[in-house]
Design a binder for this molecule. Sequence first.
Ligand code: XIL
Length: 322
Amino acid sequence: LRALAARNAPHLAIGTAVATNPLLGDPGYARVLAREFSMVTPENAMKFQFIHPRPGRYAFAEADAIVDFAEHNGMAVHGHTLAWGEALPRWLSRGDYSDGELREILADHIATVVGRYKGRVAGWDVVNEPLEPFGPGLRRDSPWYRAMGADYIAFALRAAHRADPDAALYINEFACEERNAKSDALYRLARGLLADGVPLDGIGFQLHEDLTDDYRPVTAAAFRDNVRRFIDLGLAVRISEMDVNLHDDASPARLQQQAAYYASMLALARDIPAFSAFSTWGFTDRYSSLQDWWNPDGLGNGLIFDPALRPKPAYDALRRVL
Ligand code: XIL
């Protein structure tokens, strides 16, 4: 995929989320990763709870391993994530910090993490999932919102920009692919930040989808119709976390449907130069996050390689798009 994209869609990084354990322990996983993808997003290793597990103490080993692997294999790194209401360590969420102290903690966190990877991490999901699950309001249940209100978003973006002026800074959200109350709110948020001169470069659309019968997946046409207004603000856009949950049904018909769905989204990104990346949330059903999330007993069957690391119809369909 990465070779085809480099030739035929040079604006587009082909990315995937990477988990540290298989990267270090499963040679087949690492081989497919390096062969197929030009960009990696650490799935968990850069989240606050893992990279900053004690007050003022950072744990960089896992994130370093991913960045080293990427550099060794000529891949870009997309950092994930700096200001989020989840994946926070207990010392922070249970700590009795004043608003001013929380500001200092976030400022130190961003300066330290972004500073460490300055020049090595091409872009960051500076703010992850700022909106309520269905919008239109901002999520209020994070220490950052509680300390600063809506200002935490501009605060985090400015801090990241100071730490690495060359990194592309993103807000990453789910359920904003089509026009709805939540994407309207995201649009107004982005427009307001830009009007205030805040360093925001792009928007990540997660694209966690599900093809089972009681679910209505976003169509590529609806996504195209919505993403235009973000691009018209001068922003880059990316598909940041695509997976297509099939739950336990990996029948040939479902796999074909999944393949066509993946292909429709890649075709959209291929045809619009403002798309900087097409990135999936993992690549093999051997380690899919859909396992622990929605399918405690199954694989979810949501990614483009099967548990034996064999290409699925979705992989072949993506190749044909490129
Ligand atoms: C998920 C990881 O895939 C899991 O391993 C972890 O247990 C929970 O987080 N949106 C995001 C990602 O922005 O960080 C989430 O990743 C999936 C949803």
